[in-house]
Design a protein around this ligand. Structure first.
Ligand SMILES: Nc1ncnc2c1ncn2[C@@H]1O[C@H](COP(=O)(O)OP(=O)(O)OP(=O)(O)O)[C@@H](O)[C@H]1O
Length: 792
């Protein structure tokens, strides 16, 4: 069946007489509509009364259907589903007219016999007369039916091949189909859907037609799949392959088709080319993203290429992001020029097919103020492919410092990222503690740090100092009953930056026993104490991370991950958010090489020296989506930081003794029977980290921690005294120094000395007198009771 769909039509065809079921069936129906009134008028008088009554009864059914159809009472769904429903829809008016004329003939001839036939057939000759008017009306109706259906009744003449649609082919006011539409429909039927066509019974419902394109729905018989291919359509309509797009339809046995009939502009050619390539190579079953299609294909100024939404088809639940390498191959591109980025919406992902990657040259960091954090502690460490800032959160005003894990193979640019993070700390007045077991990897970071320990021993010393500060802050916050960490100039956020963490944390490191519990404590408790941990290393393997899942999980889940070029297993080592799916950091090549390599080596062609991809990777915070980015290009931070503005953690009373603290090992003896490596969170509890020799639930010998640094007893920071405390202070000031008699002070003096509002002083004095802490003297005078004085 081939038809136009009046509901969905976007073209210019009108509604009537537009159905083009297989021409034979429709023509037969049209002939029946014209013939029915004539045959009834001729045949009825010859029948006996019983036969006439039977025929009249049978005629009631089509009459009812015709009336309901003309009144629009038949549901669209029914018309879509019943065989010939599309013909009924298109023949609404002629079918009703035919039913009326037939019914009238049946009634006239049944009642009047041959006279009735004569009246209808020849009554117009007796004009002027009633029978003449009746006859003219009846013949007029028959003529209207024939005229409405004349296009269906006249045999089809082949039309010119499909091509650009001339403007004067728009449908006529009587609903006639324009030539190209008829041609589309007839060709489909002749070569594709008819029983001897390429795809029998796979009918076309034309939903839109215009001068440049037509659209439709291909419907197979229920339960069967549509198998019409773009190749078939291209051959039948003699149009280039790339102009035809077939995508999944609203249900199993249907597909959408869009066919361009004129050559696309260069941009459009690129877009339709991508669309066609997508459908042919990527969305096909067995392709790397089956059950998807592209929407909103648009030029992408940042890359000179195209961006589009990848959208899941009706029958696809969610988009599964494929291996970028495979996708690049399917789209005849290279991995560096293809980007696919999942979004929070499981049915949509962003696709970029680039002409050039904006990451290839990167962006220079010349002004350190771009690293200033926004009010939520986010800083831009580079730029994504789309031009979007690649961001990291250094600290959160509500929940404290944020941890960061930087992972990548050697030369991937970890050191560069670390330098940018350190500069961001500096710009945002965060104190830096820097440990570099390799020694002098990043001289500028060492210079920005308030404390830098290089070499393995130096880095270990930095961790001990960080641990001491952490312990102090924990004790301080307990004494102050503080809930959230609030940074102040005296008590700043601290960034604890440890490069090449495996040197201290791997199972093979002689320092692991001491370093791992410290890092675990910083990972689990540092956030709320304003201490962010930045760990930088080559792989996120557990054995490289202190064999303690709490380090990896707290650092990653409590903050963010910067994943640079790495081995492909990196992404499996931590449970990355869905936004990260499909990303394979091992597919970031070491060099930019986007052109084709030559098969035969030509010594005369100078080597095209590749440039490195350092700093290219993904930043993923817990709720950000992973877009390929490149860190700022910053070979050296020299000149961008101020040596006179290095922030130190001034709240730490042991700062002057930092070298001694750094040289004093921390007692990290494990709990007896503890299996630190298997504890997922709060692993610091497994160690005697506060150095008091107490494992919370176990008593150990005080000798165990003889050499450890332990926080000094903490006094709460001075707080503004309350009104009551101020009043008592004043009274104490005026009290008898030898305490022999009660010294009374007038309320005016108390108010002036305490600096508290009169009303508050009066209220507080009343309650102080009630509680016996103050005694009332003569009018308006108050004093402190003598020691041993008992209030009533
Ligand atoms: N953001 C950057 N801007 C400019 N140059 C960079 C940047 N990142 C890295 N580089 C260059 O790439 C080189 C290698 O980078 P880097 O030392 O940071 O790699 P790495 O991953 O730390 O390697 P390794 O693990 O061996 O220390 C650097 O010496 C520097 O020249």
């Amino acid at each position: 069946m081939t038809t136009t769909d009046p509901q969905a039509g976007t073209g210019t065809a009108t509604q009537d007489a537009r159905a083009h079921r297989g021409p034979t069936a429709e023509r037969a129906f049209a002939v029946a509509q014209v013939a029915a009134p004539l045959t009834t008028a001729l045949a009825m008088p010859a029948l006996d009364p019983q036969a006439q009554a039977t025929i009249c009864t049978f005629l009631a059914a089509p009459a009812l259907v015709a009336a309901a159809n003309a009144a629009g009472l038949l549901p669209e769904r029914l018309l879509n589903d019943v065989p010939g429903g599309d013909i009924l829809r298109a023949h609404r008016r002629p079918f009703l007219a035919s039913a009326l004329a037939t019914g009238f003939a049946a009634a006239a001839c049944t009642l009047n016999g041959t006279a009735g036939t004569d009246t209808l057939a020849a009554g117009f000759m007796t004009m002027p007369s009633t029978s003449g008017i009746v006859s003219i009306a009846w013949w007029g109706t028959v003529a209207y039916i024939a005229s409405s259906l004349r296009r269906v009744l006249t045999p089809h003449r082949p039309t010119a091949p499909a091509g650009p649609t001339p403007a004067d082919d728009a449908p006529g006011p009587d609903g006639e189909l324009p030539g190209p539409v008829t041609d589309i429909i007839n060709r489909w039927h002749t070569y594709i859907s008819n029983p001897r066509g390429t795809n029998p019974n796979q009918d076309l419902i034309l939903t839109g037609w215009g001068p440049d394109a037509w659209t439709g729905t291909i419907r197979a018989t229920p339960g069967h799949s549509v198998t019409v291919t773009t190749d078939t359509v291209s051959g039948v309509y003699q149009l280039p392959h790339a102009w035809i797009t077939i995508t999944d339809g609203p249900y199993g046995s249907s597909k959408h088709i869009t066919v361009r009939t004129t050559a696309p502009t260069t941009d459009e050619a690129q877009h339709t080319g991508l669309q066609a390539l997508w459908n042919r190579r990527v969305a096909r079953s067995g392709g790397c993203m089956p059950g998807t299609h592209l929407e909103e294909i648009t030029p992408d100024p940042a890359t000179g290429g195209i961006a589009a939404w990848v959208v899941a088809d009706e029958n696809t639940d969610a988009i599964t992001v494929p291996d970028q390498y495979r996708l690049a191959g399917a789209l005849y591109s290279t991995p560096l020029l293809i980007s696919i980025q999942p979004t929070q919406n499981p049915r949509r992902a962003k696709l970029r097919k680039m002409e050039h990657s904006p990451l290839e040259t990167g962006k220079d960091l010349t002004d350190p103020s771009v690293l200033r954090a926004n009010k939520n502690g986010f800083v831009q460490i580079g730029t994504g492919i789309s031009g979007r800032p690649a961001r990291l959160q250094l600290f959160d005003p509500k929940i404290g410092a944020q941890h960061i894990l930087v992972a990548g193979v050697t030369g991937s640019g970890k050191g560069g990222i670390l330098q940018i993070i350190a500069l961001a700390y500096h710009v945002n007045h965060v104190a830096i503690l820097y440990g570099d077991p390799k020694g002098s990897s990043n001289p500028d970071v060492a210079k920005m740090a308030s404390y830098a320990g290089t070499g393995r021993a130096g880095a270990m010393g930095m961790l001990r100092l960080a641990h001491a500060i952490l312990m102090h802050r924990i004790a301080q916050s307990a004494a102050e009953d503080a809930k959230n960490f609030k940074a102040t100039p005296e008590r700043p956020f601290i960034g604890v930056v440890l490069d090449e963490f495996a040197q201290l944390l791997s199972e093979k490191s002689p320092d692991q026993e001491e370093a791992a519990p410290i890092v675990a404590a910083l990972a689990s408790m540092g956030r709320s104490m304003g201490m962010g941990l930045v760990l930088c290393g080559q792989i996120m393997n557990l054995d490289q991370l202190g064999s303690d899942t709490s380090i990896r999980d707290n650092v990653f889940y409590g903050g963010a991950l910067v994943l640079l070029r790495s081995d492909s297993d990196q992404k499996n080592r931590v449970d990355l958010p869905d936004a990260f799916s499909g990303i394979d950091p091992s597919k970031i090549p070491a060099f930019w090489r986007t052109g084709d390599e030559s098969l035969i080596y030509d010594p005369d062609v100078p080597e095209d020296d590749p440039t490195r991809t350092f700093g290219v990777g993904y930043t993923v915070g817990p709720d950000e989506s992973a877009e390929m980015m490149r860190a700022w290009i910053l070979e050296s931070a020299a000149g961008l930081y101020r040596s006179d503005q290095i922030v130190i953690p001034a709240d730490f009373p042991g700062w002057e003794d930092r070298e001694t603290i750094a040289a004093t090992p921390v007692n990290t003896k494990k709990k007896r029977g503890s299996k630190g490596a298997t504890k997922a969170a709060g692993a610091a509890d497994d160690y005697d980290l506060d150095g008091d020799g107490d494992f919370d639930d176990e008593q150990t010998s005080p000798d165990d921690n003889a050499a450890s640094w332990a926080p000094a007893p903490v006094t709460a920071l001075a707080k503004e005294p309350t009104a009551e405390e101020k009043i008592l202070l004043v009274l104490r000031e005026y009290a008898d120094p030898i305490g022999e008699e009660v010294a009374y002070t007038h309320i005016d003096t108390i108010i002036a000395s305490a600096g508290v509002a009169r009303r508050t002083v009066e209220n507080r004095l009343t309650s102080l007198v009630k509680s016996g802490k103050v005694i009332r003297g003569a009018a308006g005078e108050y004093g402190l009771p003598l020691e041993g004085y008992a209030t009533p």
